[in-house]
Design a protein around this ligand. Structure first.
Ligand code: G1P
Length: 298
C-alpha cells in the first residue's frame, strides 16, 4: 500500500469565459447547482476521500472563492439566535479547519500541467497527491475520489478517473492507450491529450480526478509544451509510463456532468434537483409538463 493521500490540488484559475457575462464578476467555481457552488461539491468529495489539505491554484478575480471559505460568524450567530438550526448546520458544514486551505496564484494561463506545478512547494518530494477539476461534477456512491483512493490502495502508481466517450468526442479529452483491461481498472501504456479526430488510441477518456505519484510533479518541472501550446498534465502522466512506472485508469461508478459547458451544467442542475427530497415531486411534475408541451408543439 502506498503512502496515504492527504493533499488535493484544485486548479481554479480558469477565466470561465463560457459562462460570460456571469463570470465577469463571479468565479465559475461559485456557480451554484441547486444551492451549492461547484467548489463545495469538489471539497465534499475530497473530504469524503480523506483529504485533509486543500490547495487552490487561483488567479486574479477569484476573491469571492477565497471569501467563501471564511467562517461567516455574524451569519452563524444570527441564525443561531433565530433558532434556524437546519440552516446553521448547512452553513457550518462548509467551514474548513484553520490552516487546511492554501491559495497559490497561477500568474499566467499556461495550461493545467502548469497550474498543478504552481503547487509544487506545498508538497514534499515523496508525497502522492490528488488533483480535482471542479468542472467535472460526479454523482457517485461512494464518491468518485474515494473509489479512486480505494483502487489506488491496491495498485499504487498513479491513477486517473476514466469513462468511455463517443468516438467523435474523444478529441476533447485526455485519452488512454490500454495495455491491460482488468474490468474496473485498466493499466495504461500511453496517454494522449486531445488526440486529433480519428487518431485516439481508445475511447477511454480521462475525467478530472487524479491520484498522482510525486514523480509526476518532477516531470512537470520540465514545463514542456504540449497540445494547444499548453503545459499538459496528461503529458507529465504519460512520462511516468515511458519511465516504466504504473499508470492506471479507474472506470468509476457514477454519473459525470461536464459543468464547464452550459448543456452539462443544465443537466447537472436537473439531476441534482431530482435528488432533493424537498424538490423532487414538484420538479418531476414540471419536467413532465414541459416534455408534454414540447411534444404537443412538434
Ligand atoms: C482537462 C484535461 C483532459 C481531461 C479533461 C477532463 O481538459 O486536460 O485530459 O480529459 O480535463 O474534463 P479541459 O477540459 O480542461 O480542456
Amino acid at each position: 500500500m502506498g503512502r496515504k493521500v492527504t493533499k488535493a490540488i484544485f486548479p481554479v484559475a480558469g477565466l470561465g469565459t463560457r459562462f460570460l457575462p456571469t463570470t465577469k464578476s463571479i468565479p465559475k467555481e461559485m456557480l451554484s447547482l441547486v444551492d451549492k457552488p461547484l467548489i463545495q461539491y469538489a471539497i465534499d468529495e475530497a473530504r469524503a476521500a480523506g483529504i485533509k489539505e486543500f490547495i487552490f491554484v487561483t488567479s486574479r478575480g477569484k476573491g469571492a472563492l477565497e471569501d467563501y471559505f471564511d467562517h461567516a460568524h455574524e451569519l452563524e450567530s444570527s441564525l443561531k439566535k433565530s433558532g434556524k438550526t437546519e440552516l446553521l448546520e448547512i452553513l457550518r458544514a462548509t467551514n474548513m479547519e484553520s490552516g487546511a486551505i492554501a491559495y497559490i496564484r497561477q500568474h499566467k494561463a499556461l495550461g493545467l500541467g502548469h497550474a498543478v506545478w504552481c503547487a509544487r512547494r506545498l508538497l514534499s518530494d515523496d508525497e502522492p497527491f490528488a488533483v480535482v477539476l471542479t468542472d467535472d461534477v460526479i454523482q457517485g456512491e461512494p464518491p468518485c475520489l474515494q473509489q479512486m483512493i480505494e483502487a489506488y490502495d491496491e495498485t499504487g502508481g498513479s491513477m486517473v478517473a476514466t469513462m468511455e466517450v463517443a468516438a467523435d468526442k474523444a478529441s476533447s479529452y485526455g485519452v488512454l492507450d490500454i495495455a491491460e483491461d482488468m474490468g474496473a481498472i485498466v493499466r495504461a501504456k500511453g496517454m494522449v491529450e486531445k488526440p486529433a479526430k480519428g487518431t485516439q488510441p481508445s475511447n477511454l477518456a480521462v475525467i478530472g480526478r487524479y491520484i498522482l505519484a510525486p514523480t509526476v510533479m518532477t516531470n512537470l518541472n520540465k514545463l514542456k509544451q504540449g497540445a494547444g501550446g499548453e503545459i499538459q498534465l496528461t503529458d507529465a502522466i504519460a512520462e511516468e509510463i515511458e519511465a516504466g512506472r504504473d499508470v492506471f485508469g479507474l472506470r468509476f461508478r457514477g454519473q459525470r456532468f461536464d459543468c464547464g459547458s452550459k448543456a452539462g451544467f443544465l443537466q447537472a442542475t436537473v439531476a441534482f434537483g431530482l435528488e432533493r427530497e424537498e424538490l423532487k415531486d414538484e420538479f418531476v411534475e414540471y419536467l413532465h409538463q414541459v416534455t408534454a408541451m414540447r411534444r404537443a408543439a412538434e
